[in-house]
Design a protein around this ligand. Structure first.
Ligand code: SAM
Length: 221
């Protein structure tokens, strides 16, 4: 078997009335799959359009940062064995597509150093200055050396499989969160995340509140 993901029981129950934000036909769902599974899925033109789209949403983006949504990442950090193999000091967590920064405090409570990256200048402008170092960058071309990240965290963010593989340290962990499960516009199942990444990956996954998460490591890491 190429990938093995262990399902944990749900400990954060789903509240009623999950927002039905996006289904399989949502345009961002198609972009997500193309970026993950097609070598030419991310073009300069697409980067420009996606950056502009999120620029326009930045002023209101923080309104989405509810406790229900944040509880999905918190469950992943609590039960996803994310610090196993990370050096006790100097562990670098890179947050991909950090938006207006609602996840960054939870990441800064877990890793000593957090770099929060986003394509959209406006998202970064609406994020607090701390915690974390905020950097404008395209996750398709990370400003990181090979293996420079001990953890890569993607909360509702596009997966660039080759670049994630290049930037993640051999024993590093990739954390994938979809706050609204399969109603998240940028959605992939944990199995699809593992399938899209080069090589073999193992990890754990769970449902939490309205969302899903998984944490993955290289099977031979
Ligand atoms: C759906 S939002 C999620 C934001 C945040 N993680 C959250 O959950 O609130 C996706 C974010 O990814 C950013 N993004 C999109 N494409 C990106 C890319 N190629 N590189 C870096 N960030 C990107 C967008 O600007 C946006 O802020």
């Amino acid at each position: 078997m190429r990938e093995a993901i262990r399902r944990l029981p749900t400990v954060v129950p789903a509240p009623p009335d999950r927002p039905e934000l996006a289904g399989p036909d949502h345009p961002m769902r198609k972009v997500t799959r193309q970026v993950a599974f097609e070598p030419d899925g991310w073009t300069r033109e697409r980067a420009r359009k996606v950056g502009e789209l999120f620029d326009t949403m930045a002023p209101q983006w923080s309104e989405r940062a509810t406790e229900e949504r944040r509880s999905v990442l918190r469950d992943a950090l609590a039960r996803g064995e994310v610090r196993d193999g990370t050096p006790p000091r100097g562990g670098v967590c890179v947050e991909i597509g950090s938006g207006t920064g609602s996840s960054t405090p939870d990441l800064a409570a877990t890793w000593p150093r957090v770099v929060a990256l986003d394509l959209s200048r406006e998202m970064l402008r609406h994020a607090p200055e701390e915690p974390g170092l905020r950097v404008q960058a395209d996750a398709a071309r990370l400003p990181l050396s090979d293996g420079g990240a001990d953890a890569l965290v993607l909360v509702n963010a596009l997966l660039f499989p080759q670049e994630m593989d290049r930037a993640l340290a051999p024993a590093g962990v990739l954390v994938w969160v979809n706050s609204l499960g399969d109603r998240t516009p940028i959605h992939l199942s944990p199995e699809d995340v593992a399938k899209a990444l080069p090589g073999a990956w193992t990890g754990v996954a769970a449902e939490a509140a309205w969302g899903i998460w998984c944490t993955l490591r290289r099977a031979d890491g």
